[in-house]
Design a protein around this ligand. Structure first.
Ligand code: PBE
Length: 306
């Protein structure tokens, strides 16, 4: 009888110990307690984000660059998820609220760098290029047909801080045109410099093409309100995908775009259309694209994703 009790007790202890081990093993594996914020995490960053990079619209140059990065850094398990700029920032916002790891395709200027604590992953192979700029690209014949707009667009040049002010106002809920108007009203010195020597017109029509990237929503709306309020144009801002944005200018349906990222991001479009458009040069310098993560994510380089 005594012997039986001993064995019963021993097996009870064994069951308790085993189930406790099983429990802690589970915690480590299901990823719920692993935020990838510090050591001690068992799941790799890749496992935690299911080897997904959150991308944007498929026509964006950054999607092509990211496909090249996956190839060049040997990230064979990784997938690039298509979506849109708005879907990407919504996913980012949710991840940051939960302090979950996430990897997105990002770019500067963008309001997300002011709102969240983010970092670019280093790109030692320079897959995302180096000195990137945003160019103003116009249709052939614009100088003859719209000399005033041509001159104004040739003068247009601003900084990422300028653009950031409009982007942030829009992100905080202001209507894009209203945010652009407010910026133009409080930056008259800059606006007047772009308008120098440009004669107003009498209700001529003008068409921009752009993509619904937050940066381009800001720039295109700014030019629309200035050309309408100060120069008397009737401006149409056509929101399309990146391919049609370039095609429209190349075939003359559209007068101009201020959303051409060169030399790298839109290199494909440029190679295809360079003989059918006129490049008025950079309207902004020092812009950037790449893979971006919240700063609490441990990785610092694209190479760390392998
Ligand atoms: N972007 C913003 C665009 C250009 C502007 C970086 C998302 C692109 O990748 O084509």
């Amino acid at each position: 009888m005594k012997k039986q009790k001993f064995w019963l007790l021993l097996s009870l202890v064994a069951i308790l110990v085993l189930s406790a081990c099983g429990q802690s093993g589970k915690d480590g594996a299901d990823g719920k307690t692993d935020k990838g914020t510090n050591g001690g995490s068992t799941a790799s960053l890749g496992e935690q984000v299911k080897h997904e990079i959150i991308g944007i619209d498929p026509g964006a140059g950054i999607m092509k660059a990211t496909a090249a990065a996956i190839e060049e850094y040997g990230l064979t398990d990784w997938k690039l998820i298509e979506g849109s700029g708005a879907a990407m920032t919504a996913t980012l916002n949710k991840a940051i609220k939960n302090e979950d790891p996430i990897i997105i395709t990002g770019w500067t200027p963008h309001w997300m760098f002011a709102k969240y604590d983010l970092k670019y992953l280093d790109d030692p192979k320079k897959v995302y290029g180096e000195a990137e700029e945003i160019h103003t690209v116009v249709r052939l014949g614009l100088k003859e047909d719209h000399p005033e707009a041509y001159k104004f667009l040739s003068n247009f040049k601003w900084t990422s801080d300028d653009m950031g002010e409009i982007m942030t106002a829009i992100q905080e809920g202001q209507d894009p045109e209203a945010a652009a108007k407010e910026w133009a009203d409080s930056n008259t010195e800059k606006v007047d410099a772009w308008l120098e020597g440009v004669q107003p017109v009498d209700g001529k029509s003008f068409k921009f093409s752009y993509v619904a990237w937050d940066s381009e929503i800001a720039s295109t709306n700014l030019l629309k309100v200035i050309m309408e309020d100060k120069l008397g144009y009737k401006v149409d801002a056509l929101q399309v995908e990146a391919g049609p944005m370039w095609t429209g200018v190349a075939n003359g349906d559209v007068d101009a775009t201020v959303a051409a990222w060169l030399p790298l991001t839109h290199a494909d479009y440029w190679d295809k259309f360079k003989d059918k458009v006129e490049d008025l040069g950079a309207n902004m310098e020092g812009v950037k694209t790449g893979l971006v993560v919240p700063s609490y994510v441990e990785a610092n380089s694209i190479e760390d994703l392998k």
